[in-house]
Every structure is written in structure tokens, then in C-alpha cells.
Design a protein around this ligand. Structure first.
Ligand SMILES: Cc1cc2nc3c(=O)[nH]c(=O)nc-3n(C[C@H](O)[C@H](O)[C@H](O)COP(=O)(O)OP(=O)(O)OC[C@H]3O[C@@H](n4cnc5c(N)ncnc54)[C@H](O)[C@@H]3O)c2cc1C
Length: 278
């Protein structure tokens, strides 16, 4: 069986990616990487859920979690009450607020990340190129300037099928919920990427955007029923891996609510009951 990843030296790394400067001393090569478009993926989930009888109400913010005694019995959105045997909180980076409405506690530590998209050009990038700077900053902050530490500055570059390059790789811890782009961060991100991939410096940036990842204090998501609030289930806090983890999370939640336990994976580590106990 082919290995999941291999460590390769500078020579082999440059054979794979001639667009990177001599600064690349080696790399970890992952041959079987897969990508998806998160918007199309979310729509596919939505369509599958509708086929199974789910109803979506757009633009309906949950403003109240309904109780009968200590038990959660549903949610109120746009003035309308929706009742359920179990109410699942899957409101991402906003989950802490909805948890509080239920009487549960699920602290979310928002982590902002910024993106820059270039104009489309002829393909010059063969793989996704990710620097290990982010990991190095965590291990050796003394080697980096303050701004690199503040924004956990690394970079990842991938060229899409249209030829546009996506440049990203910042992780601003406890950033707050504002998903506005900070020009200083985009500037730093592009400078860092251009140092290693000079071709990027010749391309025009067509757009920029930012998003906020739903981090948690211990880095694990909250998945499971809340013992102190019957009828309420947390499913949030997946940080920067929520898309990749969504199939397993959905399966675990479906098994838990249908069968009373999970069959395919042990989710005890992710129990929301751990809050305040660590
Ligand atoms: C910069 C960046 C890069 C990322 N890269 C990756 C990656 O490479 N791979 C990966 O797997 N993941 C990645 N992620 C993480 C991923 O996007 C999240 O983990 C995932 O979207 C979380 O899914 P969710 O369903 O829990 O929350 P969300 O996708 O945020 O969905 C929550 C929904 O709840 C709604 N909502 C909020 N409050 C209320 C309310 N009161 N009432 C009703 N609805 C409400 C929101 O409008 C939203 O539609 C990245 C995230 C960012 C920001």
C-alpha cells in the first residue's frame, strides 16, 4: 500500500514544485490529498437532508430555546416555535450564544483566517504548497516578529482548476466574531507567500475575504447530549476542520439520537459535559 505521506528532500521537492525558491529545504509530500468546494458540499448536504424530509427556513435566527421545566423542547425563530425531542445546537462560531439560551455552556474561541485570490493564470503550481511556519511559530515564537505570532502567520497556496491561486494561512486566535478583512494581515500573508513563490508577486489580487473558525479552549469539538439540560445536544466547535469532520460528526449524531449510542466511533472525548471539568 502507498504511504499516506513521505518526507522528501530539497531536490525531490523542487522536482515536484519548481515554482518554489531554494528556501524549500525539504517537505512532507501527501500524494492522496482531496479537495472539495465547501459551498457545493453544503448544498449537497442540504439537498440530501430535504430528500429525507428536513425543512429549511432561511434567515430565521433562533432567538429563544424553549423549555418545559429543565427540559429543552425546541427553539423559537422568527416568532415561530419549532418543537423537537432533541434540539441540536450546530450554529458554528455563534454556538456559545445559543448554548447559553438553553442553559448549557460551550465556550467558543473564534479564530479568524484571511484569504487572497489572484487572477487566473496558466498552471504553474502542481500541488498545494503549505509552509510549516505556523507549526514553527507555535514551537519557537522567539524566532518570529510580533505580527507573525499575533496572526499565526503561515501560508498555503493552491491553484484551482480556473487557474486562480488561493493564498491563505492565518490563524488569529480569539479574534472575535468580526469576519472583516484586515489589510495588514493580507499584506503580511502575500509577502510571506511571495518570498517562497515569487511568481505570485506578478499576479493581481482579485479579491480578499476572511472567515472565523469555531475554536474551543481545548481544541476539541463539542459533540453529544448535555447531561444537565435534557433534550439538548451540542454539535459545534470544530475549529478549522469542521468540513472534513462533518460526515463523521453527522453519522455520530444520527447514531446517538436514533440508537442512544454511537456505533462507528467513540465520541466520549468530545462530550460537552467536560466543560468546566478540565
Ligand atoms: C479561514 C477558514 C478556513 C477553513 N478551512 C477549513 C478546511 O480547510 N477544512 C475544514 O474541514 N474546515 C475548514 N474550516 C472550518 C469550517 O469552515 C468550520 O469548522 C465549519 O464551517 C463549522 O461548521 P458548522 O456547521 O459547525 O458551523 P457553520 O458552518 O458556521 O454553520 C453555522 C450556521 O448556523 C447559523 N446560525 C448562527 N446562529 C444562529 C441562530 N441563532 N439561529 C439560527 N441559525 C444560526 C449560521 O448562519 C450558519 O449558517 C475553515 C474555516 C475558516 C474560517
Amino acid at each position: 500500500m502507498n504511504p499516506l505521506c513521505t518526507q522528501i528532500d530539497s531536490y525531490e521537492s523542487h522536482l515536484l514544485e519548481p515554482c518554489v525558491t531554494e528556501d524549500m529545504l525539504g517537505s512532507i509530500y501527501v500524494p492522496r490529498v482531496h479537495y472539495l468546494n465547501p459551498i457545493k458540499f453544503a448544498l449537497a448536504y442540504r439537498n440530501a437532508a430535504v430528500k429525507h424530509g428536513a425543512k429549511f427556513v432561511n434567515g430565521a435566527e433562533v432567538t429563544e430555546i424553549l423549555h418545559e421545566g429543565a427540559r429543552v423542547i425546541g427553539a423559537k425563530a422568527k416568532g415561530e416555535c419549532w418543537y423537537a425531542g432533541t434540539t441540536i445546537n450546530c450554529t458554528g462560531v455563534w454556538s456559545e450564544k445559543v448554548s447559553a439560551m438553553a442553559g448549557s455552556t460551550a465556550p467558543i474561541h473564534p479564530i479568524r483566517g484571511e484569504f487572497a485570490i489572484t487572477e487566473p493564470v496558466k498552471h504553474f503550481c502542481n500541488t498545494t504548497i503549505s509552509s510549516a511556519q505556523y507549526q514553527t511559530i507555535v514551537q519557537h515564537p522567539e524566532l518570529f516578529p510580533a505580527a507573525a505570532i499575533k496572526y499565526n502567520l503561515g501560508f498555503s497556496v493552491e491553484q484551482t482548476s480556473t487557474g486562480a491561486c488561493i493564498i491563505h494561512g492565518t490563524r488569529e486566535m480569539n479574534s472575535g466574531l468580526d469576519n472583516g478583512v484586515i489589510p495588514e494581515v493580507i499584506e503580511l500573508l502575500i509577502q510571506t507567500a511571495c518570498k517562497f513563490i515569487p511568481k505570485l508577486g506578478t499576479l493581481r489580487i482579485m479579491r480578499t475575504y476572511a472567515g472565523v473558525r469555531p475554536g474551543t479552549p481545548d481544541g476539541d469539538p463539542y459533540i453529544g447530549l448535555v447531561s444537565s439540560v435534557p433534550g439538548f445536544c451540542e454539535c459545534c466547535g470544530h475549529g478549522g476542520e469542521g468540513i472534513a469532520l462533518s460526515p463523521a460528526t453527522g453519522e455520530a449524531i444520527a447514531e446517538l439520537l436514533n440508537d442512544g449510542h454511537t456505533k462507528h466511533c467513540d465520541i466520549s472525548r468530545f462530550s460537552p459535559d467536560r466543560v468546566g471539568k478540565v
